[in-house]
Write a protein that binds this ligand. Structure first.
Ligand code: TA6
Length: 304
């Protein structure tokens, strides 16, 4: 049973998908948002872009960050949360006129299921299929589902299924924004020794030595890694673990001062309080899905 993110009222959604600890509400900008609260954690998920807006395990500060200047406008990306970048990551490989990071993060996803798992976690399933609008941007038939599981761990599983009769190739990202106490006291472990593409240094390649620290605009694609990352936040004295499946690249991004100023939906001083550690299929990590097959891009976020 599915319902639309726009055409179906929150009352209908609450009747259709009645589950303890889950309420569909009219959120910021009038967007439909699933509010989730269970014994393990609280979270919010917007149907716009199937975007996780918030996640906080019980007793923890918010783990996922959103900008105070974010727009919450249909058809526009939310600044923060976990935007679903698909079917391409970054600028379109051949047509600059197409939207950066694909169309999934600005689409209206439908609710395809809500339930509780055996350990009391809450699972929300959102769906997106091809349409004339998507085919105008990317000429393939697909069925995508974002499965958000809220428990001691936040899991986001982007499942893309090829419903056409020819293989398609895609890239993508679970573009996770994390809240930190002070970016100057953050270390990202798990990337030591890896080669990375530095988008701030004309896409040159370098080798990472030790933990990643942020002292300026940072925009790196780490290559050939399925490792967990651990964000060691000295400011808030906590560690955030980012585990993943179906991904061979990891992106670390902080806009720093100038880029933050240039982004209309990003507060000038907000670069201090956030970092992106993204679970991606980027650069050479392209995914080819044969007809009838599917690919899972999974990120698992927890606090230690
Ligand atoms: O993942 C990092 C990145 O590709 C950066 O280059 C920067 O553009 C960021 O994504 C945000 O992109 P957006 O289109 O959301 O402004």
């Amino acid at each position: 049973m599915t319902a639309t993110g726009t055409g179906t009222s929150v009352d209908s959604l609450n009747a259709l998908f009645k589950t303890p600890g889950v309420a569909f509400v009219s959120g910021p900008g009038g967007l439909t948002v699933a509010e989730i609260a269970n014994a393990h954690a609280e979270a919010r998920v917007a149907l716009l872009g199937a975007t996780v807006l918030a996640f906080a395990p019980r007793g923890q500060k918010p783990v996922i960050w959103v900008s105070r200047d974010s727009r919450y406008t249909p058809g526009k990306a939310i600044r923060g949360g976990i935007p679903i970048c698909w079917p391409w990551f970054g600028d379109h490989p051949s047509d600059a006129g197409k939207p950066a990071h694909g169309f999934a993060r600005t689409a209206d996803w439908t609710v395809s299921g809500v339930d509780q798992t055996a350990d009391g976690s809450t699972r929300v399933r959102l769906g997106l299929g091809d349409s004339a609008a998507t085919r105008a941007l990317w000429p393939h038939a697909f069925a995508a589902e974002t499965i958000v599981t809220v428990g001691p761990v936040l899991e986001v599983d982007l499942v893309v299924r090829n419903t056409g009769d020819a293989p398609f190739t895609c890239t993508g990202a679970l573009h996770s924004y994390f809240g930190v106490g002070d970016i100057g006291r953050v270390r990202v472990h798990g990337l030591d020794g890896l080669e990375y593409i530095d988008k701030v240094a004309r896409f040159q390649r370098f080798a990472q030595s030790g933990p990643v620290t942020i002292t300026g605009e940072t925009d790196r694609i780490y290559l050939g890694t399925n490792a967990d990352c651990v964000i060691d936040d000295g400011g808030w004295q906590r560690k955030i673990r980012v585990a993943k499946r179906g991904s061979d690249t990891t992106v670390v991004w902080n806009p720093w001062i100038e880029k933050a100023r240039q982004l209309a939906d990003f507060g000038d001083d907000e670069y201090h309080e956030m970092i992106c550690v993204e679970t991606t299929n980027a650069a050479d990590d392209q995914i080819t899905v044969p007809p009838g097959a599917e690919h899972h891009l999974v990120t698992r976020i927890s606090v230690e």
